[in-house]
Design a protein. Sequence first.
Length: 276
Amino acid sequence: MSNLRLQKRLAASVLKCGKKRVWLDPNESSEISTANSRQNIRRLVKDGFIIRKPKAIHSRFSANAKVAARKKGRHMGYGKRKGSRNSRMPVKLLWMRRLRVLRRLLKKYREAKKIDKHLYRELYLKSKGNVFKNKRVLVEAIHKLKTERAKERQVADQMAARKAKNAKAMERKAEALKAAAAEKAKAAAAEKKKAGTTKVPPKDTKAKAAPTDKKADKPAKADKPAAKADKPAKAEKAAPAKPAKAEKTSSPAAKPKTEKPAAKTASPKSAAPKKK
């Protein structure tokens, strides 16, 4: 059997694989040995005298089974570990994964218009500050904030409606007061007009005529002395009435009033003779 080292090398370059994968037909070794160019090698490949072997099969069954067991926690004891906890699973890597999950969710909600840009910014900064542990906590916080904002908006709308209603009521009250004042002013003006159109009563004319009569009665003042002269006669008529009252008092039951002056005259001072 001739040496086919040259033909194997040329066949590997033509078939674009390694020398181990090149198969040369042993029954046609004499014809293969005469091929000393790539063109002849291509002709032999076309005829089936030179073949490229398939790749060797390396099963992943056992490797996949071991990976599945490790996911369950098998083969992960202290004896299987090499390196510290942070080197095996860095804290920074866990933080990056968690934050990216939260930011992806916030972006999705903002694009779906479930949250506005203000709430997005607030939650974005809170997630950066390590407020939310995972996606579930973030979703619960979003629902809670949305319900609170809705309640605040509802209360604000109710307050605005109440203020508007009160303002309208005040306006109506002011208009009613203005209308009442205008009506009163109109009534007062109408009364003034009526008073101006009516005639003045004759009382003023009588008051003016009275002074003229007094001037005409001036000579009657001479009769006044006669009236004064009549006063002593009236006094004389009234004088005799006083003793009658004294008689009434001089009843046996009543005490005499003349005794007191008698006691006064009996005093020693009055009895003593006056010196001249």
